[in-house]
Design a protein around this ligand. Sequence first.
Ligand SMILES: CC(C)(COP(=O)(O)OP(=O)(O)OC[C@H]1O[C@@H](n2cnc3c(N)ncnc32)[C@H](O)[C@@H]1OP(=O)(O)O)[C@@H](O)C(=O)NCCC(=O)NCCS
Length: 200
Amino acid sequence: MAQVHVRPAAAADLPGMDAVHRAAFPTDLEARLVTLLVERGKATISLVAQIDRQIVGHILFSPATLVSASVGLAGPAGPERRSDLALASQGSAGPAEPTGLGLAPVAVLPAFQNQGIGSALIRQGIVACRRQGVAWVVVLGHETYYPRFGFAPASRWNLTGDYGTTDAFQFLPLTAAADSLRGGHIRYAPEFGEIIGPVV
Ligand SMILES: CC(C)(COP(=O)(O)OP(=O)(O)OC[C@H]1O[C@@H](n2cnc3c(N)ncnc32)[C@H](O)[C@@H]1OP(=O)(O)O)[C@@H](O)C(=O)NCCC(=O)NCCS
């Protein structure tokens, strides 16, 4: 296979990224989500995989927020209360800051799948997260795929997520504080709700 180059996405890559998600997923939800997150400045980490001049893969990480363990799947009963870890990482009672990132979506053009490109995007994405001091990453995805990158079911940390609490919802702590987390609810960026629909 020709040389695969993984690099940060540039504004001019958006059509290529869009084409990847439209080809890789059954619907255009992911492609629309990517465009919205980029437009809103929520593409905290966005990497493309390129072969020659073609974009063949893309991965995006957007801000996710840890809120109180008291927040149920149906939403907060009262004002959201950030967890101790969120507060500790912030160090002040200022406006809520994202304390981690959600990995979504990641895709590779069908003709280029199963050649290690998705793995390269995920691994280099996690390296970028570490470099930026990101405390944790969540993903909602294949239970047999993501553990190879260090993810484990978020239920191990007693964490729930906006889109269900099955073993598909996985957590990757990147700091000791994140690994010692016990309980909480992780919210994806609001753009997910806008595109995918109401949170469960
Ligand atoms: C998932 C995806 C990004 C992986 O990229 P890739 O370049 O094909 O993956 P790699 O070559 O690095 O790794 C291949 C491995 O992924 C596994 N894999 C791919 N799709 C999978 C799926 N739907 N469920 C479980 N494992 C999957 C393959 O079985 C293979 O496993 P092996 O290494 O044990 O043989 C790519 O298949 C894709 O774009 N799929 C469609 C979009 C999608 O589902 N995105 C993920 C949303 S969570």
